[in-house]
Write a protein of this length. Structure first.
Length: 645
């Protein structure tokens, strides 16, 4: 029924009188990027003012990143309404999940770095390691779309998108260095060099993030990164951007009490290259080509505590993408973008598939999004993406969103969208056996292949308001998300008799609804002060295999920033979560709260600017993170940053 209503709404919108196109649209200016509601780039593949975006957006800007005291992107996601974040490396990397405790792996949201998907085909599929691609000091802002966005980006954007936008090379010229030392053996270091002129600019950075990990884990953890970016301008109308990098993510994982998951060190190595070419065909047309390649290697092995055999879960993966899109200003009232994408994901793992063959999933995508100014106060966003892939049927993800500017600075939004997530290669083809002396073959995962895509239909009402005379802005979202054919595990039908353990299969089992409300508020109550407050109440309607009751997911966050006299800065970040289910476990996670404090002093150091900061993380009691045995305890560190004037 909802699908029928949705398609009728699209048809009705497309049949609206064409003369409405005569309404004019104010152009986007450079100042919009720095306004209270800035221009965002990733929602519908069009540069749009936030009041024109077909979804709820949270933008974490450079000031928030620097003054938060956070050490990675996952920690910053605590500022986004509806997000739960973890600092654990047990599920491959610190990560964040939106609206759900569905899985140990963050595979229900699309993460991009400068528009390149960092989804990893390894294991169940994850974006956690992709959040570790670049250092925080190289990031300009983080755009988080809260809600399904398959209409723009396809399969991975089931519950939303995160786009990490790195800093322009023009803003990072000269030498820069930072070093942090503190409790829990925190040892973070970054060095960066930028050079060039208007025709060609370059940035080279290398950094390390390391500590002992969460208390109770098998840490320590260490992330080493190298990133190069080149911005070239061969002609007035052409821009070339080239990026390449590598990261090594090493962490102590496993548990002494789990014979099939004993403590060891796990290493994930990721290398990537990305090329973006843009041509300004005319004042009203732009062509963009993006090509990228990512290579991953997982090294993970240990002796099984019961059988005494070497368990090797190593794997290699690759993701190659080619995307072409055309942006057109068709009239003063109509802008649109359309294009196509080809993505090849390849995974090789003897342990996961019982074979050394390549398992491949090829995605073919065609997309379009239109921003249609029906009236001076009415803006209609229509879009959709058709996608085929090698292991599931063809899918179409549509979206329609109407934005009504009730008065200047006040916009109401209503719309519907559909999205999907096809099974990962492991969910579709897993075939995990161990050869045990005296026992024979023992299986843990035996997929029948009878699994298809999860689906979600979403409806939302939003309000975006700016009260200039009070220096207050507010963003409210009310939503209902109907999840269908959610993928869960059950005892495999292929399990042979006499098995000492139950092998599992992946199947579509559950239908449920996610309902709730969330809002974020920004206030500048006095000179050089800023408060950002958000809350979310999410009723997931979901439990873990029926073993636990459904629990509302209530999150609260606050960030307060104040610039003080004599070049001092003071900031505070607070996060509170009500009790919920641990990811993938039949246990209830208790409520937690965390308060971080940062005090910084800016100064001059010869021909350089310097900043010395003290960060205190978790001023309250230790809280459980990821599992009951892992604790994030109070820790402090000092950071010194030195850069050109």
């Amino acid at each position: 029924m909802h699908s029928l209503i949705f398609h009728r709404a699209i048809v009705a919108a497309l049949l609206l009188p064409i003369p409405l196109l005569a309404q004019t649209r104010a152009p986007v200016s450079e100042q919009d990027y720095y306004a209270e509601f800035p221009v965002v780039l990733s929602a519908a593949r069009l540069p749009q003012r936030q009041q024109d975006v077909p979804a709820a957006m949270t933008v974490i800007d450079r000031d928030m990143i620097r003054m938060s005291g956070a050490r990675d992107v996952a920690d910053l996601l605590r500022l986004v309404p509806g997000f739960r974040a973890s600092q654990s490396f047990e599920a491959y990397s610190p990560q964040g999940g939106y609206h759900t405790n569905m899985t140990d792996f963050s595979n229900h949201i699309q993460v991009m770095v400068d528009g390149r998907s960092v989804y990893s085909p390894l294991v169940l599929g994850s974006t956690g390691s992709g959040l570790q691609t670049v250092a925080l000091d190289d990031i300009e802002r983080i755009e988080v779309l809260r809600g399904s966005n398959s209409a723009s980006y396809g399969a991975r954007a089931f519950l939303g998108t995160i786009n990490i936008v790195t800093r322009d090379t023009a803003d990072t010229l000269g030498a820069f260095a930072s070093v942090a030392r503190g409790d829990n053996n925190i040892q973070d270091t970054l060095v960066r060099l930028g050079w060039g002129d208007e025709r060609a600019r370059f940035r080279l950075s290398a950094d390390r993030r390391s500590d002992r990990g969460l208390e109770g884990s098998s840490g320590p953890v260490q992330v080493d990164r190298f990133n190069l970016r080149a911005d070239l301008h061969p002609s007035v109308s052409d821009t070339l951007e080239f990026r390449l990098g590598q990261s090594n993510n090493e962490a102590g994982v496993g548990f002494a009490s789990e014979v099939g998951n004993l403590p060891r060190y796990r290493l994930i190595t990721t290398s990537y290259a990305q090329l973006d070419w843009r041509r300004q065909i005319s004042a009203n047309q732009e062509l963009q080509l993006q090509a990228s390649s990512t290579q991953e290697a997982l090294r993970d092995n240990f002796l099984h505590g019961t059988y005494g055999i070497l368990v090797d879960t190593g794997a290699r993966a690759s993701s190659d993408t080619l995307m072409l899109q055309h942006t057109v200003v068709a009239s003063p009232a109509l802008r649109l973008v359309w294009g196509g994408e080809l993505r090849n994901e390849r995974l090789v793992s003897q342990a996961a598939f019982g074979s050394s063959a390549d398992f491949v999933n090829v995605f073919r995508r065609l997309f379009t999004n239109a921003e249609w100014r029906l009236h001076e106060q009415l803006l209609l966003n229509l879009g959709g993406l058709w996608e085929s892939n090698s292991i599931d049927t063809d899918r179409f993800a549509p979206r329609a969103m109407l934005n009504w500017q009730v008065a200047k600075g006040h916009t109401l939004r209503y719309g519907v969208t559909s999205a999907y997530r096809p099974p990962s290669l492991f969910e579709k083809y897993s075939n995990v056996w161990y050869s045990v002396p005296g026992v024979g073959l023992v299986a843990t995962h035996l997929s029948t292949g009878n699994v298809s895509a999860e689906r979600i239909n979403s409806r939302e009402i939003g309000y975006l308001g700016e009260f200039s005379h009070k220096a207050v802005s507010v963003d409210v979202r009310l939503f209902e998300e109907e999840v269908r054919d959610f993928i869960r595990t059950e005892q495999s039908a292929l399990m042979p008799p006499g098995q000492p353990i139950n092998a599992v299969d992946f199947t579509n089992q559950s239908n449920f609804s996610i309902r709730g409300a969330e809002y974020q508020l920004s206030w500048k109550p006095w000179t050089r002060g800023r408060l950002i407050f958000s809350q979310a109440y999410v009723d997931t309607g979901w439990n873990n295999q029926g073993a636990l009751p459904t629990l509302p997911n209530v999150t609260t966050s606050l960030m307060a920033m104040q610039r003080l006299p004599h070049q001092f800065e003071l900031s505070l970040m607070y996060n509170q979560l009500e009790r919920a289910n641990y990811p993938g476990l039949n246990q209830i996670a208790p409520a937690m709260s965390r308060t971080d404090l940062r005090l910084a002093k800016r100064m001059r150091w010869g021909d350089h600017r310097a900043e010395l900061s003290l960060v205190l993380q978790n001023l309250g009691p230790a809280y459980q993170d990821y599992v009951a045995d892992f604790y994030f305890r109070r820790q402090a560190y000092l950071m010194l940053r030195v850069e050109p004037k």
